[in-house]
Design a protein around this ligand. Structure first.
Ligand SMILES: [Zn+2]
Length: 316
């Protein structure tokens, strides 16, 4: 019973949260329906050799602490054909935004471990998604084509902030929580008074993708997903890169049989585990620090589509 009481979000609100929507992102406020079909994303590794990847230290990323020591995240610029595919994103359809971003990540991102093995974008943490997208953008448009947003400083000046990595301010977990980080499992390890132990971490992009497919399927079959389950369980699958629909159903069954204390604990704990880009931060000419909410100026499509390219490139 208490489980139902906790789910005061609508299904759509939850989905957006689940898929890590940017808060206050006007562009995705009005998602009407799920797409009728899901496309399967395949990692294109065959062509990777002739494209130049840049290696980035995992510690630069919002979820840096969750990657094995010595790993690097390898990212390359988007090719024209990838930009062409992305340019068809429907800014009003949240599923489509996530899908197109996943396609882009699948082409341009991989993780290289210390032992030389390569993992795909699905092994990366979901709250790193936007950071990765903006990183690909920076590599793709090295000259010009800067995305900006405006902020009013208390001195009266209107200052422009560029959407670049250096201006991204990440969410920070409290010291209270940080004490529970377990280096051996790269997750937070919580032992509760009942004696149960839970390891929690933000889910991988792969797990979120599995859950998205599950939600779409449930919707198509006119079943209402258990929102509380969707909020908590992905964090408990901290060491996985995917889960089957049957696997999710088995987890749902376990979840519904859970006692009240562990449920209450988990529900409260996952709320403390927010990662990703919290806001944009810069300095005004007057010296004051200025910040604003993270947004997509002109919608998510504008990340790789040059705004008003007609006017920019027409020769008169
Ligand atoms: Zn100022």
């Amino acid at each position: 019973m208490s489980k139902e009481l906790e789910t005061n979000l609508t299904e759509e609100e939850y989905l957006k949260k689940h898929l890590e929507s940017l808060e206050q992102n006007k562009a995705v406020d009005s998602v009407e329906s799920a797409p009728k079909q899901q496309t399967t994303v395949k990692v294109e590794q065959s062509k990777a050799s002739d494209l130049h990847y840049f290696a980035f230290d995992t510690r630069e990323f919002p979820c840096g602490i969750f990657y094995p020591a010595g790993s690097t995240i390898q990212v390359r610029a988007a090719q024209v054909k990838e930009i062409q595919a992305y340019s068809m994103v429907d800014d009003n359809n949240f599923y489509d935004i996530v899908e197109k971003m996943n396609d882009m990540l699948s082409s341009c991102v991989r993780i290289k471990h210390l032992d030389g093995t390569i993992g795909s974008y699905m092994d990366l943490r979901d709250p790193d998604r936007y950071y990765l997208i903006f990183l690909i953008r920076e590599l793709t448009f090295q000259k010009g084509s800067v995305l900006t947003t405006k902020v009013n400083c208390s001195c009266g000046n209107e200052t422009t902030i560029e959407l670049r990595r250096k201006n991204f301010k990440f969410y920070e977990t409290s010291e209270r929580i940080n004490d529970f980080f377990d280096v051996a499992t790269l997750s937070f390890r919580f032992e509760i008074k009942t004696g149960q132990v839970f390891n929690l971490a933000p889910p991988t992009i792969g797990v979120q993708k599995s859950f998205t497919e599950y939600i779409v399927k449930e919707n198509a079959e006119k079943r209402k997903p258990n929102l509380s389950f969707l909020k908590i369980i992905p964090f408990m699958l901290h060491d996985r890169s995917s889960i089957t629909i049957e696997g999710i159903k088995a987890k749902l069954d376990e979840f519904q049989k859970m006692d009240d204390i562990p449920f209450q604990f988990l529900n409260s704990a996952v709320e403390k585990l927010t990662f990703g880009i919290e806001k944009l931060q810069s300095q005004c000419q007057c010296g004051l620090e200025i910040h604003t909410d993270m947004i997509f100026p002109n919608g998510p499509s504008a990340v790789f589509v040059v705004h008003d390219a007609f006017e920019q490139f027409i020769k008169e």
